[in-house]
Design a protein around this ligand. Structure first.
Ligand SMILES: [Zn+2]
Length: 263
């Protein structure tokens, strides 16, 4: 099973990122496991040991929040939490839980220029969030503030958004939403502090909002923790005229108790 995802999609994604000869690709991206770094047959694949530890998120889960139920309550159900406190977004989906190998993959994308990793992650995301992808018109990624983008040179969410766009055929709209306030790192903040931290952090210029009028947006981020960030971004998108927002992330934190541990 180990190389099934990446190899399937890689040629198409490579074309999207600018095709390079296979030999050159191997030089640039040595074929090592994206989880542990051991040699594997193909770039952006996992060895079978790493693959077996990844916790993929599957139904049954709450059809709105995408969070799996503790007990098997059957499919097509909405959790009591989502009924009591309906989020602004229509649905949230994530490919994997944010731990172990999945966490290392997220880290690898964040701190190294790894377009091949983005392709693998995007393939997993589309498989997990097929309903969200199909029910969306355009793709928008959660933006970084310019200061942080300058320091890192790289917005991992935008790379995921671009890769999801290439694989799904839905248009990616970079630059529509901006982060107008430099927010503190969410790491170590509780739910309330996270909500305060990101409130009003996103803005959409009126002329950009025209491009969203009446459209369903697929909002992309790398990790969903408490949902405060995507909630704030969703608010900005709906205010600008989007008809609906679906959230798709690569990973999500399993339980709110873990929120202080992860970004
Ligand atoms: Zn491995």
């Amino acid at each position: 099973m180990d190389e099934i995802d990446a190899s399937d999609f890689r040629h198409r994604v490579k074309a999207g990122f600018g095709a390079a000869p296979a030999g050159l690709m191997r030089l640039v991206y040595p074929p090592v496991c994206s989880g542990c770094g051991i040699m594997v047959g193909q770039a952006a694949a996992l060895c079978s040991a790493c693959w077996s530890t990844v916790r993929f998120i599957e139904r049954p889960y709450c059809e709105i929040t995408g969070l799996p139920f503790d007990h098997d309550r059957g499919e097509g159900l909405v959790s009591p939490e989502a009924i009591a406190h309906p989020p602004l977004y229509a649905r949230a989906r994530a490919a994997v839980f944010h731990d172990g190998v999945a966490r290392r993959i997220v880290h690898g994308l964040k701190y190294s220029d790894r377009a091949d990793l983005a392709a693998m992650m995007a393939a997993w995301m589309i498989r997990a969030g097929r309903d969200a992808v199909d029910d969306s018109d355009v793709i928008i990624a959660v933006p970084l503030h310019r200061g942080r983008l300058f320091a890192r040179r790289y917005n991992q969410s935008a790379e995921l958004g671009r890769a999801v766009a290439v694989l799904s055929g839905k248009p990616f709209l970079p630059g529509v939403m901006r982060r107008v306030r430099a927010t503190r790192q969410q790491v170590g903040l509780g739910l309330k502090a996270r909500q305060d931290n990101v409130r009003g952090a996103f803005s959409i210029a009126p002329e950009q909002g025209q491009r969203l009028l009446g459209l369903k947006v697929l909002l992309i981020d790398d990790v969903l923790t408490t949902g405060s960030t995507v909630e704030a971004a969703t608010r900005a998108l709906l205010r600008a005229g989007a008809a609906q927002v679906n959230v798709l992330t690569f990973a999500r934190v399993a339980s709110p108790g873990e929120e202080t541990l992860y970004a």
